[in-house]
Ligand binder design. Structure first.
Ligand code: NAD
Length: 259
């Protein structure tokens, strides 16, 4: 792998996929700004990353922030500048799944909450991280969409809508930012073995085991992804090996989309 970006902001860092990103990029000796909702979860993540011994404490910053709140997004960007002087990697990854119900029964409040985090939150991340990345000479931004960003899923209207929407943010930002040497792409994981996947299985009400069997049957590789399975693609997109890659969707779905 060629040279990686060396200061990276990760939102949703304390979640399943964010944690795998944090460990991987710490092993690459990047400076990390880890953003999530809970101080204790971020503290535990920091401890476990430090225990890996690959990174100094000063290279690991945490910031409690809700990505749907502009002033909190500005705050983690400002703390990144203060700690590291700039940023050249951004994993715009925080997300929530909402509930599972047909559109006719889906609570509007939940729909709006999912939009606030998964769409407004991603957009605010672009709005406030991009200026610092420009100042820093450019970089690479990866937005975590989903296979749900390109296909429907009954019961998950809010989630699916939000994951389609971020492709629009990605394409627009890729066009707006290319001249500033900033690349922007989406990744589209299939079902990944994290707390979110467990909650989705629970929410569907068909039984966790039945749901998991259905997902595996629809996945040619026959299993859920582990969070570490998503890391390789992101590592590539943040690296100079992806210097000509922008404005695109990258699937890590065990073959799900081939059907
Ligand atoms: P997760 O629930 O384990 O982690 C999500 C993290 O985001 C949590 O730590 C949570 O606290 C944080 N978060 C939620 N709302 C936030 C907010 N308003 N501000 C800041 N942080 C917030 O889920 P995950 O599987 O690690 O998901 C990470 C990303 O991957 C999400 O965008 C998700 O939609 C996407 N994704 C997940 C799967 C899957 O099957 N798990 C598949 C495709 C895409």
């Amino acid at each position: 792998m060629r040279e990686q970006q060396n200061t990276i902001i990760i939102t949703g860092a304390a979640g399943g996929i964010g944690t795998a990103f944090a460990h991987h990029f710490a092993q690459q000796h990047a400076n990390l700004m880890l953003v999530d909702l809970s101080e204790s979860a971020l503290g535990a993540l920091k401890e476990s990353v430090l225990a890996g011994g690959d990174v100094k404490e000063s290279a690991l910053q945490t910031c409690v922030a809700d990505v749907s709140q502009a002033e909190q997004v500005r705050e983690f960007v400002s703390q990144t500048k203060q700690a590291f002087g700039g940023v050249n990697g951004f994993l715009n990854n925080a997300g929530i799944e909402g509930t599972a119900a047909a559109i006719t029964d889906y609570p509007q409040e939940t729909f709006e909450q999912v939009m606030a985090v998964n769409v407004t939150g991603v957009w605010l991340g672009m709005k406030y991280v991009v200026p610092l990345m420009k100042e820093s000479g450019g970089g690479s931004i990866v937005i975590t969409s989903s296979v749900g960003g390109v296909m429907g899923s009954p019961g998950l209207s809010a989630y699916v809508t939000s994951k389609h929407a971020v492709i629009g943010i990605m394409r627009t930002a890729a066009l707006e930012c290319a001249a500033d040497n900033i690349r922007v792409n989406t990744i589209h994981p299939g079902m990944v073995d994290t707390g979110m996947a467990a909650r989705i299985a629970e929410n569907t009400g068909i039984g966790v085991e039945v749901f998991e069997e259905q997902v595996k049957a629809g996945t040619p590789l026959g299993r859920y992804a582990q969070p570490e399975d998503i890391v390789g693609m992101v590592s590539f997109l943040l690296s100079d090996a992806a210097a000509y890659c922008t404005g695109q969707q990258y699937f890590v779905d065990g073959g799900m989309g081939a059907a």
